[in-house]
Design a protein around this ligand. Structure first.
Ligand SMILES: C[S@@+](CC[C@H](N)C(=O)[O-])C[C@H]1O[C@@H](n2cnc3c(N)ncnc32)[C@H](O)[C@@H]1O
Ligand code: SF4
Length: 390
């Protein structure tokens, strides 16, 4: 059928993948959806495909018609607009988010720190330069400012910088911090507008693993500060830099967050930079099963792992209706999933989120399987929308 012609069916070791010939879009159908799509491709129209489906599956014709038509509607797409080149997408109209790496000075000297920060470091952003950067960013319309280091709370008059910035009611400030100096600044922090100050505190495992990286006593001090912040009514989120040692702690960190009244976890993927070593690195394939366990626990106790939420939007970026409405368990419609099969909850995007990490799909044992890689010649290279712009 003409309107399905933009989907190319590619067979892979782990099942078929449908790739949009006109734009970089793809999905993996269930066996039933694949059968119907092939019937549709080989038929003159939906009615003919439905008649064939009814015959092959011994279905009432009415149901076959409904199933076939619904699937056809889901995978039909507006023609892709002509590609105008990158320049048309790169026109800047303003600045949304601005990061400042304030200093490499730090009250810790963590064993994985990508900046090799320590209390001996002299590298600090000159205050004039910071002020200039803040002013220019504001002039460009920026309302989201993020601060990292080193330890931002060691930067001279950092609380003053935050207070100036947050005096504008449109501005939000995010601070990445090891959390150990927060009690010393409690009063000043309480005076800032809470809804627009976002403290992201690092927690790199349960006590043993956290202290292995961050030093003896750092875990207990952090826990005490988290309690102090909670009592003072200051909300924080936690960030966990995943590594070989602390991966196993991840589900328990979800519990720990909940126990401390913290509702959000942010995961950082290990960088081989500074003190970050290859031995600390852990592959996405190994992270996946643990991430799934952590996500399942998080869902149960109302903690959000924000990476997973962000990834949900990335996996089937332009075809969300296909993944949601067709994929629910118990739904009679053919569901669409990421390859390969995850039969228990095929629609759970947490199982396919590693695509966003490495553009590879994974099997049930967490081993990488070929995903888009077999397509040495991307199908959309000859797309009409691309040709028309050249
Ligand atoms: C560089 S620190 C700066 C802010 C603050 N000192 C802190 O520890 O949160 C920001 C985050 O980067 C993480 N990090 C440090 N080294 C890393 C590495 N090699 N790979 C990935 N994340 C790393 C830390 O665990 C922390 O969560
Ligand atoms: S990770 Fe953060 S706390 Fe640790 S040394 Fe680096 S900058 Fe300091």
């Amino acid at each position: 059928m003409a309107h399905l012609a933009h989907w190319i069916r590619l067979a892979t070791d782990s099942g078929p993948v449908y790739v949009d010939h006109e734009k970089p879009d793809w999905f993996v159908p269930s066996q039933e959806a694949d059968e119907i799509l092939q019937l549709l491709a080989a038929s003159r129209d939906t009615d003919e495909a439905a008649v064939r489906l009814a015959a092959s599956r011994s279905l009432p014709l009415g149901r076959a018609l409904l199933t076939t038509e619904r699937l056809r509607a889901q995978v039909s797409a507006e023609p892709a607009p002509a590609y105008m080149g990158r320049a048309s997408h790169l026109r800047l109209t303003g600045l949304k988010e601005c990061w400042f790496h304030l200093t490499n000075r730090c009250n810790l000297a963590c064993g994985h720190c990508l900046f090799g920060a320590s209390e001996n470091s002299q590298e600090t952003l000159p205050f004039d330069l910071l002020r200039q950067g803040l002013r220019q960013a504001r002039q460009l319309g920026c309302t989201l400012f993020c601060f990292t280091g080193g330890e931002p709370f060691l930067y001279p008059d950092f609380l003053g910088v935050l207070a100036d910035l947050l005096a504008d009611p449109t501005v939000h400030a995010v601070v990445l911090t090891n959390g150990l100096l927060l009690d010393a600044h409690l009063e000043a922090l309480q005076a800032l507008p809470q809804g627009r100050l976002h403290l992201q505190v690092s927690l790199d495992g349960l006590e043993q693993n956290h202290e292995q990286l961050r030093g003896s006593g750092s875990f207990g001090r952090l826990m005490a500060n988290l309690d102090t912040l909670r009592t003072a009514g200051l909300a924080v989120t936690l960030s966990v830099a995943i590594n070989r040692a602390n991966l196993v702690d991840l589900p328990a960190l979800v519990d720990l967050a909940a126990a401390k009244g913290i509702h959000n976890l942010h995961l950082l993927w290990h960088f081989l930079r500074g003190k970050g070593t290859a031995a600390q690195f852990v592959s996405p394939a190994e992270i996946l099963p643990v991430l799934i366990a952590a996500q399942e626990r998080a869902e149960r106790i109302k903690v959000t792992i924000d990476n997973v939420e962000a990834m949900k939007g990335q996996v089937f970026s332009t075809r969300a209706p296909v993944t949601t409405s067709l994929a629910r368990p118990g739904n009679r419609w053919p569901w669409v999933r990421m390859a390969p099969s995850f039969p228990r909850r095929p629609w759970s995007l947490s199982r396919s989120c590693v695509v966003a990490i490495s553009a590879t799909a994974w099997n049930r044992s967490g081993e990488p399987v070929r995903c888009l890689r077999p397509f040495a010649r991307p199908p959309w290279r000859t797309a009409r929308s691309l040709r028309s712009s050249l």
